[in-house]
Write a protein that binds this ligand. Structure first.
Ligand code: NAP
Length: 311
């Protein structure tokens, strides 16, 4: 079967770092068009638009990958579905839960595929952890996600705005792993959000999580002020006494102190493999769980103002 003809909307950091090269190496896809407000181009792609509406009007595009900030994703994705395109959504898939529910409904009505990508879920350590935790109960789970915002989000003003997610932009990756591997539903009991006085979105967050049993210890700490070595860890203990540790964002898994998976990340290759499967099947994949936990955290949060932060 011939390759799916795909376009990218938004040629920012993640589109250039991952989507463009991964699509180029994937025989299931042909990158045929890009839309960039700044008139950025992708190698070998002749159809380059500055307005994404022109890309959506192109009859030779089957599917679009929407790599913009989340605030405009619903508008672009719903127009894409109206134009008969299949849609791949970068994470977070929408700015709000209602928008995501709407996209799922629209895709079903249009008979098109919508796919919420959560790139951190595509590490083999994550899948191995999911299999090992199946049927277990959690006694403890601690997420530690601390990174240097200046290193990973240079020049990105939108992440500090209302709806920009702040430290939940990386934090939602950790939560996407938690919701993927947890053998039972996880809730946010309380949260503390630290927001710089010159920003609308938090720079740090501490979450008390719960599976709903007495004696459990579940939580998450996200912080964007960590310089030097970066930390993307999840430590888990089951009621049966097994200890699992996901390191480096899920690419390494230790079980009771022994390394059982340690592989370089191929997250976006996994995303496009899955998208091709969904397109072949004609089925959508909409996973709202990580976004729901973030929305819940914002709902129950105590808020504290911290000192000004100049990115
Ligand atoms: P970014 O560098 O700011 O790129 C986003 C791009 O979207 C902009 O460069 C712009 O591209 C386009 N855009 C911005 N506002 C727009 C608007 N109003 N209408 C249409 N297009 C608009 O951000 P990013 O880091 O690539 O992140 C984008 C998404 O990917 C976020 O949701 C983020 O969570 C996710 N993500 C990022 C990373 C990462 O490492 N940075 C990793 C995984 C996932 P043009 O000027 O080309 O139009």
């Amino acid at each position: 079967m011939s390759a799916y003809r795909i376009g990218i909307v938004g040629l920012g950091k993640i589109a250039q770092d991952q989507h463009v090269p991964v699509i180029a190496a994937d025989p299931d896809f042909d990158l045929v068009a890009v839309a960039s407000q700044r008139a950025m181009r992708a190698p070998g792609v002749s159809r380059a638009f500055t307005d994404w509406r022109d890309l959506l009007a192109d009859p030779d595009v089957d599917a679009v990958a929407i790599c913009t900030p989340p605030g405009v994703r619903h508008q672009i994705a719903s127009a894409a579905l109206d134009a008969g395109k299949h849609v791949l959504l970068e994470k977070p898939p929408a700015a709000t839960l209602s928008e995501l529910v709407d996209l799922e409904r629209r895709a079903a009505e249009a008979g098109r595929v919508v796919f919420t990508t959560w790139h951190s879920q595509y590490n083999r350590g994550v899948e191995e952890a999911r299999l090992r935790l199946a049927g277990q109960r959690l006694r403890a789970l601690q997420v530690t996600w601390k990174e240097d915002v200046r290193r990973w989000h240079p020049g990105q003003a939108w992440i500090w705005e209302a709806g920009g997610f702040g430290v939940f932009d990386p934090g939602i990756n950790a939560l996407s792993i938690v919701t993927r591997i947890a053998p039972e539903p996880i809730f946010v009991r309380s949260a503390t959000l630290e927001t710089p006085e010159n920003a609308q979105a938090p720079i740090a967050a501490t979450l008390e999580l719960a599976a709903g049993r007495a004696g459990e210890r579940l939580g998450a700490v996200f912080d964007w002020r960590q310089t030097g070595p970066q930390t993307w860890d999840i430590d888990i203990e089951t009621e049966a006494g097994a200890k699992l540790a996901l390191r480096h964002g899920g690419s390494r898994l230790e079980v009771d102190g022994t390394v059982v998976v340690d592989e370089p990340a191929h997250e976006y290759e996994g995303i496009y493999r899955r998208f091709a499967e969904l397109l072949r099947d004609g089925s959508s994949q909409v996973d709202a769980a990580p976004l729901r936990l973030v929305a819940d955290a914002f709902m129950v949060a105590r808020r504290t103002a911290t000192e000004r932060f100049d990115p």
